[in-house]
Structure formats: C-alpha cells, structure tokens
Design a protein around this ligand. Structure first.
Ligand code: 5GP
Length: 214
C-alpha cells in the first residue's frame, strides 16, 4: 500500500490578527520560517512600500487601477480598505496551497478575518494577538517611526474597538514576551494541523488496521 495518499492532511487557514505595533509580523514571520508546510498569503496593497519592504515579499504593491481590476476579476478571497489604502488576499495561491495539503497564514485585519471565516468556517482558525498595554503599543509605533502622529493616533483608537471583539477569536495570545507568545502560536498551529477533521489519512489507515490478519 502506498503511504502517500493515505497520510494526506487537509491544510488550514491560520488568520493572525492584532492592532499594528503588537509584534504580529515578527511572530508570523518566524512561524513561516520554522514550518515549510505553512505559506504566507502575500496580500496586494495600494499603500506605498515602507523602507526595507520589497515587492512580492511583504506585499504585492499595486496601483488603484490594478487593484480594481483584481476586484473585477474576482481574484480576491477578501479585500478591505484600511486607513485609506486597499488590501486584498489573492485567491489562487491560497487554494493551490490548500490543495497540496499545505496551510496558509494570513496577516490581515479583523474585517478580513471575518470574511474568510464566513467563506470557509471549517478551514479557518483565528488567533488574536494582544499588546500588554496601549502605552506599549504606542511606544512601539513611535519607535518604528513609519507613521505620522495622526496615523498613530488613528491606529490606537481603532485598536480599542478591535480588542473589544476578542471573544470572536478561537485563540487569544498576549505578546508581553516574544518567546512565550511565539511558543503559544506554534503550539496552536501544531494542534490545529493535527485535528482529526483535517487528518484525511486516519480513515484509510484505520481501515488498513481493521483489515490486518491477526
Ligand atoms: P500595514 O499597512 O501596517 O502593513 O497593514 C495595515 C493593516 O492591514 C494590518 O492590520 C494588516 O494586517 C492589514 N492587512 C494586510 N493585508 C491585508 C489583506 O489582504 N486583507 C485585509 N483585510 N487586511 C490586510
């Protein structure tokens, strides 16, 4: 008996959501680096690249006309306007990964995670990452000095509204210590990946056990 199809798993969509300045990007990038079966969904965005960002690595940086053409072609699983810019998750690479039994990580906002949950409730696991305090979040946003004072103020206001939605998530992680928060995120991914409903190998394997002559 070939073990390849028998050991198949169904991939999951792991949506990691947090206000900006909580360290979510460092957590998700490390999870991707440590797990070759997990791929980042690289969003398209109309915002300008920040220093150090590269097209095709953090985002696909596109103009508004190209973004609109992708909406018209139904190329996004979800898209949203965030702080005046558009962001969207291109469908094709997501479904290609899932079909290979691999998983996809979404670094998206709360609205986007609601939409993908509605599309695929069985496949989506939602994790919310909390800052230790808004003061710490504000300190991190100032330290990275990528946003104007006005944008930082908007991000903090929006964080309060978002944090109030905590009970909609499957898991909530407090990022007061990077290593601890990372270990929790990795444990969540490992457990969810092994869920019985995603372990398509179990049924044929059990059948094989039951058919064994003893
Ligand atoms: P930033 O501009 O700081 O990279 O991202 C701003 C916000 O947009 C973050 O909360 C980020 O998670 C979210 N975001 C990034 N890509 C997507 C996407 O494809 N869809 C949605 N809905 N939000 C996104």
């Amino acid at each position: 008996m070939s073990s390849e199809p028998a050991f198949k798993r169904r991939g999951l969509m792991l949506a990691v959501v947090s206000p900006s300045g909580v360290g979510k990007t460092s957590l998700t990038r490390r999870l991707i680096a440590d797990h070759p079966d997990l791929h980042l969904s690289i969003s398209a965005t109309t915002r300008d690249p920040r220093p150090g960002e590269h097209d095709g690595r953090e985002y696909h940086f596109v103009d508004r006309a190209s973004f609109q053409a992708m909406i018209d072609d139904d190329a996004f699983l979800e898209w949203a306007e965030v702080y005046g810019n558009f962001y969207g998750s291109p469908k094709k690479p997501i479904f290609d990964s899932l079909e290979r039994g691999e998983s996809v990580l979404f670094d998206i906002d709360f609205q986007g995670s609601e939409i993908i949950r509605d599309h695929a409730p069985e496949d989506v696991v939602r994790v919310y990452v909390l800052p230790p305090s808004l003061a710490e979040m504000s300190r991190r946003l100032h330290a990275r000095s990528q946003d104007s004072e006005e944008v930082i103020h908007k991000r903090l206001g929006r964080a309060k509204d978002e944090v109030a939605q905590w009970s909609k998530f499957d898991y909530v992680i407090l990022n007061d210590d990077f290593d601890k928060a990372y270990a929790e995120l990795a444990h969540i991914y490992h457990a969810e990946r092994s869920r019985r409903s995603r372990s398509l190998w179990i049924e044929p394997f059990i059948q094989g056990l039951l058919d064994e002559e003893i």
